[in-house]
Design a binder for this molecule. Sequence first.
Ligand SMILES: [Zn+2]
Length: 63
Amino acid sequence: MTDPKQCVACGRGSDETPLLAFEYRGGTRWICPQHLPVLIHDPAKLADRLPGADRLSPAEHHD
Ligand SMILES: [Zn+2]
């Protein structure tokens, strides 16, 4: 299975936006700078495309 080279959040490719590579569960994924904060602060929003991301909770969370 080849992961498409497109942002995991918005699906844009490198023709449209810079893409940053990261590794997750043994595969390379891509995310654009606009969505990097989502991966950092609210990865659960990416759970559709990153299975298990809903469990990547931030280290501390105070309501
Ligand atoms: Zn994006």
